[in-house]
Design a protein around this ligand. Structure first.
Ligand SMILES: C[S@@+](CC[C@H](N)C(=O)[O-])C[C@H]1O[C@@H](n2cnc3c(N)ncnc32)[C@H](O)[C@@H]1O
Length: 315
């Protein structure tokens, strides 16, 4: 290993624990990749967008060395690597609201309980992501582990400051990293999670009870066919569009989950889309229809209308 590569644009002033960016990129957009491994993704992104700066964090000295060498040889100037634990870096090194977006590709899932402290998907870590992300900045994760992703979604939702998660299975655009290749060879599913940090103006996305969430009871609910008839059809209600996408059934427990797209139309062609689930659950004497608050969407008018409308359709 030739030490000269390691000293090239490693971004940190260790004495002051400060990031030292090349002057040219001081006011550029900045993106972070956590655990860049073979560096394929970081390099691809940096070459696609030469006006932005891409910071990579890694624990592996060998990976950092190899990527540093590639960057030096290919004269890639908009990548900076830091050999550091991501948790430590997010907490202690980066200023708040530093990044426009954060990528994480195939983080180690550490499935065994004794290694659980290494998992980068708990609430503390989610709060650190929030800290360093700008408002409207995104977080994007690829993983082969559904369990890791599910737990991450819970942690991210608990902060109440991210948008609803969008989860794709075997997405059209893949990460094309070394680990992705390995999991694809084993015919595993690839999951892609994306969400962004919400702004706090509360205007359209009130969580303050402005849009109280309704729940409804109905006495008889005999057939799901009325919902089937309107699946994937846009329903325009006031300033909202509702699309019921899919019905998931848990017959044993007499629960239906209706995957729904709730769209609030905002002035000037803008819209705010959230994926929500509406639950229809059998109780002793009746059925209840309510929001599944597991993914904790903003309680917008569209979310309210989606529940109300569904009740009208089936009752
Ligand atoms: C399974 S590999 C994936 C590498 C690459 N992203 C890919 O998709 O091929 C996970 C990487 O995350 C790095 N890593 C694990 N924990 C980390 C942490 N706390 N901080 C920074 N990097 C970490 C590991 O060293 C490893 O290179």
């Amino acid at each position: 290993m030739d030490a000269k590569y390691l000293n090239n644009n490693l971004l940190i002033d260790k004495k002051n624990s400060e990031i030292v960016l090349p002057e040219k990129f001081l006011n550029s957009k900045k993106f972070l990749e956590i655990g860049f491994g073979g560096g394929e993704y970081l390099i691809k992104k940096a070459l696609e967008d030469k006006n932005s700066f891409f910071i990579g964090l890694e624990l592996s000295l060998l990976s950092t060395y190899k990527i540093q060498k590639i960057c030096t040889k290919k004269e890639i100037k908009n990548i900076g690597l830091i050999l550091i634990d991501a948790r430590f870096a997010l907490r202690n090194i980066f200023e708040p609201e530093y990044f426009d977006g954060i990528y994480m590709n195939f983080p180690c899932p550490w499935p065994k309980k004794k290694h659980s402290a290494n998992r980068l998907n708990d609430k503390d870590f989610s709060v650190l992501l929030l800290k360093v992300l700008k408002t409207n900045g995104f977080f994007q994760l690829y993983s082969d582990s559904k369990e890791f992703i599910d737990n991450f979604i819970v942690s991210l939702s608990e902060t109440k400051k991210f948008s609803s998660p969008v989860l794709e299975i075997n997405p059209e655009i893949m990460a094309n990293t070394k680990y992705e290749g390995k999991w694809l060879e084993q015919r595993k599913n690839i999951y892609k999670l994306s969400l962004y940090k919400n702004h706090d103006n509360g205007e359209h996305f009130a969580t303050d009870g402005r849009y109280e969430m309704p729940h409804f009871k109905i006495e008889n609910f005999e057939s799901i066919s009325k919902i089937q008839e309107i699946l994937n059809k846009n329903q325009k209600i006031d300033n909202t569009i509702i699309v019921y996408k899919r019905i998931l059934k848990d017959i044993e427990n007499e629960v239906y989950k209706i995957e729904t797209l709730a769209i609030d139309l905002i002035e000037g062609n803008k819209k705010f889309e959230q994926k929500i689930n509406i639950i229809i659950r059998k109780r002793e004497k009746d059925w209840i229809i309510k929001l599944d608050d597991f993914i904790n969407p903003y309680r917008t008018e569209a979310v309210k209308n989606a529940i109300f409308n569904l009740k009208n359709i089936i009752s």
